[in-house]
Ligand binder design. Structure first.
Ligand code: SAM
Length: 212
């Protein structure tokens, strides 16, 4: 998986590659899909949600530029896989999921794998996790219409926000954003993606002004 799907597509950060080698992806997929755990695509995890494609997880974490002192907010816990890979790279990981059943299962899974330093919360991740802020990186595995204001407020100086943004046309682009010296967000596009919607107060607004 790492050499064929990640290195071959340009993932270079040795720490990200090592973390992707370390976390047992087969422990994060439903029993009946274990044979496909390392396939080059997302997989269903129940509740109409997915565990993201390995390449996308690596791409997002490389863009987040985590280091061993970093505090991370992972929005959209899902199976807990991206939270576990983040924990291999960072100091503290707070992961938030809106579907209680997924959050509970992920928290149990992460505990059983020894990721005691990951805090799993149930709630609307578009509001961030103010009681755990500031974060050096905020990483979302669900597509919004724009960057939620709470994330900007909860970002540490020089922090990075990585998320998919959905345009009015329905196309999605993965972006990384930082706050520039003038306090404005500086965004860089990382390419087209396809994610489930970010559902919440500051999430995807389809069919409303400013959204699809
Ligand atoms: N990172 C996950 C993994 O490694 O398995 C995959 C996440 S899945 C693609 C996206 C997740 O985002 C879903 O579990 C969904 O319920 C969650 N989600 C969507 N909107 C959310 C919100 N506002 N707050 C928290 N979680 C949200």
């Amino acid at each position: 998986m790492v050499s064929r799907q990640l290195e071959a597509r340009g993932i270079r950060d040795p720490a990200v590659l090592a973390a992707m080698r370390t976390v047992p992806r087969e422990r994060f997929v439903p029993q009946e899909l274990i044979a496909h755990a390392h396939d080059d695509n997302p997989l269903p995890i129940g509740s109409d949600q997915t565990i993201s494609q390995p390449y996308i997880v690596a791409r997002m974490l490389e863009a987040a530029e985590l280091d061993p002192t970093a505090r991370v907010l992972d929005v959209g816990t899902g199976s807990g896989y991206a939270a576990a890979v983040s924990a291999e790279l960072a100091s503290d990981v707070v992961s938030i999921e809106r579907i209680p059943e997924l959050a509970d299962a992920a928290a149990r899974r992460l505990r059983s794998l020894g990721y005691a330093d990951i805090t799993v919360l149930v709630g609307d991740g578009t509001l961030g996790a103010p009681e755990h802020a500031p974060f050096d990186a905020i990483i979302a595995a669900a597509a919004g219409s724009d960057i939620p204001p709470a994330w900007v407020a909860q970002l540490a100086p020089h922090g990075r926000i990585v998320l998919p943004i959905e345009a009015a046309s329905g196309s999605q682009e993965l972006i990384v954003a930082t706050v520039g010296h003038d306090g404005r967000l500086v965004r860089r596009g990382l390419g087209a993606v396809l994610f489930v919607p970010l559902i919440g107060e500051a999430g995807l607004k389809r069919g409303r002004p400013g959204g699809r």
